[in-house]
Ligand binder design. Structure first.
Ligand code: ADP
Ligand code: MG
Length: 474
C-alpha cells in the first residue's frame, strides 16, 4: 500500500516540467523526476544544494525578489546547466507557499529552449528578408500586403504605411491583361511558384522592371496562408538594352541614309547642272520661271542629302583641338542674327576653365546651331530666353541649352531624334536637325539628351568626353 507522501511524489513526478521546492535560504529541498533527468540530479536531495548552483553563471537570479514580494506568483527567465553541458533556457513560475512555521518557494521550470531557438531562427530569417537588396513583399491569403521590406519601399517609391493592407495591383503598369494576372493567381493559389518578368509603375509614374517570383506560403496543414513576392530590379538592365537597341536602330538608319544619299545625290547633281545649262541658254520667260522653280526644289533636296551625308560620314573631317566655349559663342552669334530671334535673349555662362577637346569644330558648331534654332522656333514668335551653361563634369564637358518655349509633349519626346520627325510646317523643318546632331555627337563618343515639359521649356544636354588627345591651354 502506498502512503500519501508517495502519491504526492508520484504526482509531481508525472509533471512534464521540472519542479523544485526551495527554502527561504534558496536551498533545494525537493525536486521531481523531470529535474533529475534534465539536470542529472541525485535520486534524493541532500539538502545542501543551492538553487543557483543549478544555473549558469550568466543566468539571472530571480528568487530573492519573489521572497520579498507580497504577491505569490512570479515569472522569470533563467538558464540551467543541463546534463552534458547543454544550456537550457527555462521559464520559471515561482509560487510562495506558507508552510507550518516557514515559507517555501514552489518553482516550476518550463524548458523553452526550442521556442528560443525558433525565435532566433525567425529573427535570422526576418533579418535576411529585411536587409536584402531584393524588393520583397508578403501578402495574406487574400493577396493584401502584410509586409514589405525597405528595398521594396525604395523600388516602388511608396512607404510601407502606404502599402500595408493594399492590393499589389497599385504597382501595376496596366500593361498586362486581366487574363494574365488570372493565370498567375491560378498557379499560385494551387500552391505553385510563378516566375516571370514584369513591368511595374513607381509612385512617381516611372516604370520599373522586375524579375518577380511569387511563391505561396503553406502552413502545416497544406493550406495557402499567404504569398511571398520577391523582385529583382532589372530596370538598369532594361534601360541599357533599350539604349543599345536605339543606337543600333540609329546606326542602321545611318547606313540606309548613306546609301540613299549616294544614289539620289549623283542623279541630282546631273539634274542640277542640266537645269543650269538650260537656264543659261533659254530666252523664254515661261521656261525660265519653271526652271528656277526646279532649281530651288533641287536645292532643297540637296540640303537634305547633305544632312544625311553629315550624319553617316562624320569622319570626312579632320579632328582638331577645339575650344567648345568659342564654338558655342559663335553658334549663338549666328542664331541671334535670324529674324525669328529678335525677341529672344541669349545668356551664356561658363562655370570653369574648359580644356580643348579633339573634335571637328564645324560639326560641333552645327549641333549647337541646330539646338539653338529649335529653341528659337519653340518661342513661337513670343519673347523668350535661351540659357547656355558650359561646365566640366568629371571627365567630360557638358553644354546645357535651356529654352522657355513650348516644350515637347511626352508623346513626341521619344521620336525627336528620328529622321524626318518634325512638328513644323512643310518648308520650315525637315526633321533632320536633331538626327544629324545625334549622329555627330555619337561619333565623338559623347551623349545628347533632352528633358522637357510641355508648356514650360526644354533642356538639351550635350556631353563630350575629354579623350586621350586632350589639349590644354598653355
Ligand atoms: P526640325 O527642327 O526640322 O523640325 P529637328 O530634328 O531639329 O527637326 O527637331 C525635331 C522636332 O523636335 C521639332 O520639330 C520639334 O517638334 C521638336 N523640338 C526640338 N527641339 C525643341 C525645343 N527646344 N522645343 C520644343 N520642341 C523641340
Ligand atoms: Mg531643327
Amino acid at each position: 500500500m502506498q502512503n500519501r507522501g508517495n502519491i504526492g511524489q508520484l504526482l509531481i513526478d508525472i509533471i512534464p516540467d521540472m519542479c523544485f521546492v526551495v527554502s527561504c535560504e534558496e536551498m533545494v529541498l525537493a525536486y521531481n523526476q523531470r529535474a533529475r533527468e534534465v539536470l542529472g540530479l541525485a535520486e534524493t536531495p541532500t539538502g545542501d544544494l543551492h538553487f543557483y548552483s543549478l544555473l549558469t553563471d550568466d543566468s539571472p537570479h530571480p528568487l530573492l525578489p519573489v521572497m520579498q514580494m507580497k504577491d505569490t506568483l512570479h515569472e522569470a527567465e533563467v538558464r540551467f546547466k543541463g546534463k552534458n553541458g547543454r544550456v537550457i533556457n527555462a521559464l520559471l513560475f515561482i509560487r510562495k507557499i506558507a508552510g507550518l512555521d516557514q515559507e517555501f518557494l514552489y518553482v516550476v521550470a518550463r524548458d523553452v529552449s526550442q521556442e528560443k531557438q525558433k525565435e532566433l531562427d525567425l529573427l535570422r530569417f526576418s533579418n535576411v528578408v529585411h536587409y536584402t537588396v531584393n524588393p520583397i513583399q508578403i501578402t495574406d491569403a487574400d493577396g493584401r500586403m502584410v509586409y514589405v521590406n525597405p528595398a521594396f519601399e525604395k523600388a516602388s517609391g511608396y512607404t510601407k504605411e502606404e502599402l500595408i493592407g493594399m492590393d499589389p495591383k497599385i504597382l501595376s503598369s496596366g500593361k498586362y491583361s486581366k487574363e494574365f494576372w488570372q493565370r498567375v493567381w491560378e498557379i499560385i493559389r494551387a500552391g505553385n511558384v510563378w516566375n516571370g518578368e514584369i513591368e511595374n509603375r513607381r509612385k512617381n509614374g516611372e516604370t520599373f522592371y522586375a524579375q518577380l517570383l511569387i511563391s505561396p506560403i503553406i502552413d502545416a496543414d497544406g493550406k495557402v496562408v499567404g504569398y511571398l513576392g520577391s523582385h529583382r530590379d532589372i530596370t538598369k538592365q532594361r534601360q541599357l538594352e533599350q539604349q543599345l537597341m536605339h543606337s543600333q536602330k540609329m546606326e542602321s538608319i545611318g547606313t540606309l541614309a548613306a546609301g540613299i544619299a549616294h544614289e539620289v545625290g549623283n542623279p541630282l547633281t546631273s539634274i542640277s547642272s542640266i537645269v543650269q545649262v538650260l537656264l543659261r541658254t533659254t530666252q523664254d520667260e515661261f521656261f525660265k520661271g519653271k526652271l528656277s522653280l526646279v532649281q530651288s526644289q533641287v536645292h532643297r533636296i540637296t540640303k537634305i542629302i547633305r544632312d544625311l551625308v553629315d550624319f553617316s560620314r562624320p569622319s570626312n573631317y579632320q579632328l582638331q583641338p577645339t575650344d567648345v566655349v568659342k564654338t558655342v559663342t559663335e553658334a549663338v552669334e549666328i542664331v541671334k542674327m535670324g529674324k525669328k530671334a529678335k525677341d529672344v535673349e541669349f545668356v551664356t555662362s561658363v562655370r570653369q576653365k574648359i580644356p580643348l577637346l579633339s573634335l571637328v569644330p564645324d560639326q560641333v558648331s552645327q549641333v549647337f546651331i541646330n539646338i539653338l534654332l529649335n529653341a528659337v522656333d519653340a518661342m513661337d514668335g513670343k519673347k523668350g530666353k535661351v540659357e547656355t551653361v558650359i561646365d566640366q563634369d568629371g571627365d567630360s564637358v557638358r553644354v546645357r541649352m535651356t529654352d522657355n518655349g513650348v516644350g515637347i509633349s511626352s508623346e513626341h519626346l521619344p521620336k525627336i531624334f528620328t529622321p524626318f520627325f518634325t512638328t513644323k510646317r512643310v518648308g520650315e523643318g525637315t526633321g533632320l536637325g536633331l538626327w544629324v546632331s545625334y549622329g555627330i555627337i555619337e561619333s565623338f563618343r559623347g551623349d545628347i539628351t533632352v528633358e522637357s515639359k510641355r508648356g514650360q521649356g526644354t533642356t538639351f544636354s550635350v556631353t563630350l568626353p575629354l579623350n586621350a588627345e586632350e589639349y590644354h591651354h598653355a
